[in-house]
Design a protein around this ligand. Structure first.
Ligand SMILES: Cc1cc2nc3c(=O)[nH]c(=O)nc-3n(C[C@H](O)[C@H](O)[C@H](O)COP(=O)(O)O)c2cc1C
Length: 376
């Protein structure tokens, strides 16, 4: 039986070039150990999206994955942009918004009122932004010798030598060709090129334009394509662009094993490609999410969302309170444009198999477009 296999598969010790993207959430993650293990067991590479977990929680999840599979898997983290950055407590940010951004503070009050969300709930984490916490999270991944560490945002330069010492491979995610250069200087082993179609924080260059430029820039470092990949056609296209694997987020939001609340699943299923838009309302940084009543309210307010971490802190409080006030549908629902094509909920192993089987069929079918030419 024909399957897909690239040199990167051998390097990672996996059978097929399908990687399930790390997908964190404010105080949790979409990527359950069951999801990660199922993808790895199916021959791909599962990846815990660990940014929203405390260090000991990350350790627990890593061990849960290990109890379910002996195959390779990864952990995705946001690393500090600089080790010199200071930790910022959420209370300081809350006070700053009240003092310096009264219009935003008033708008937030109106949001709580309008959606009957109880404002006495506050996001429980002490830090709004904590390079210390990020380092502690990375330390757990190093101590546990997880096969692959993925750096979603930030500068992995400090962690690469430590990871290599522990036998860990490092992947760095980029959204623009010029960012690839920095990742190479940092010493990453693999570059993920994530186009603007992707769910979550995203840049402005589309996958079709980004991947070949990054490939040209970083060869011989292998490139993984991300953004808008969710069926055999898009997997085949990514390989044609020079990628050696795909990093799929949105496709695995539809996996039965993913942690996705039923109300968010319903939004995802109903969403068309144009209902998944880039905005700054939840975090202050451009992020592609399914439009909902909250993103619409921000758009109608005429207010520019505040920069990160100010916007993150005020909106984390709101979404934490919304979940506890019976409105989980108001929570940030990151997803990519390809969600418009997806509506089937399936086991993760079925998704991996389908991506491979369909891609094999698409690639096998392409020679029908080859012709000897007029003068042959
Ligand atoms: C729900 C969700 C959460 C995400 N969280 C993270 C994250 O915590 N860290 C990260 O590096 N990327 C995150 N991303 C981006 C994905 O890792 C991946 O790059 C993206 O989903 C690929 O594009 P696609 O959604 O079109 O497949 C997230 C994406 C989604 C959909």
């Amino acid at each position: 039986m024909t399957t897909l296999h690239t040199p990167l598969c051998d390097y990672l010790g996996i059978d097929v070039p399908i990687i399930q993207a790390g997908m964190g959430r404010g105080t949790g993650s979409t990527t359950s150990p069951a999801l990660v293990a199922a993808v790895s067991e199916a021959g791909g590479l599962g990846c815990l999206g660990a940014t929203g977990w405390d260090p000991e929680e990350i350790r627990e999840k890593i061990r849960e994955v290990r109890a379910l599979t002996a195959r390779p898997f990864g952990v995705d983290l946001l690393l500090p942009a600089s080790l010199a950055d200071a930790d910022v407590p959420r209370d300081d940010v809350r006070a700053l918004v009240r003092r310096d951004h009264p219009a935003h503070a008033r708008f937030m009050e109106s949001l709580y009122e309008r959606f009957a969300v109880d404002p006495s709930f506050k996001h429980p984490q002490h830090w709004a932004l904590s390079p210390t916490l990020m380092r502690q999270q990375a330390d757990v991944v190093l101590e546990e010798r997880v096969p692959v560490l993925v750096s979603g945002l930030g500068d992995p330069a400090w962690v690469v030598p430590l990871a290599h010492e522990a036998g860990i491979k490092v992947m760095g995610l980029v959204g623009a060709p010029r960012h690839a250069e920095r990742q190479i200087r940092s010493g990453v082993d693999i570059v993920i090129a994530q186009g603007s179609e992707a769910g979550g924080h995203t840049g402005t260059v589309a996958t079709l334009a980004l991947v070949p430029q990054v490939v040209d820039q970083v060869t011989p470092t292998p490139v993984v394509a991300a953004g808008g990949i969710a069926d055999g056609r898009t997997v085949a296209a990514a390989l044609a662009l020079g990628a050696q694997a795909v990093w799929c987020g949105t496709a695995f939001l539809f996996a039965e094993e993913a942690y996705v609340h039923a109300s968010l699943r319903a939004q995802l299923t109903a969403a068309g490609a144009r209902d998944v838009v880039v905005g700054r309302s939840y975090t202050g940084k451009p992020s592609r999410v399914v439009v909902n009543e909250v993103t619409r309210a921000w758009a109608e307010s005429g207010l520019e969302p505040l920069p990160m971490p100010l916007q993150t802190v005020i909106m984390d409080d709101f979404t934490y309170a919304a979940e506890r006030s019976g409105r989980p549908d108001l929570v940030q629902n990151p997803a990519g444009q390809i969600a418009g094509m997806l509506d089937r909920h399936e086991p993760a192993a079925t998704i991996v198999r389908r991506l491979v089987d369909e891609a094999v069929a698409v690639i096998g079918d392409l020679p029908r477009y080859l012709s000897p030419g007029r003068n042959a």
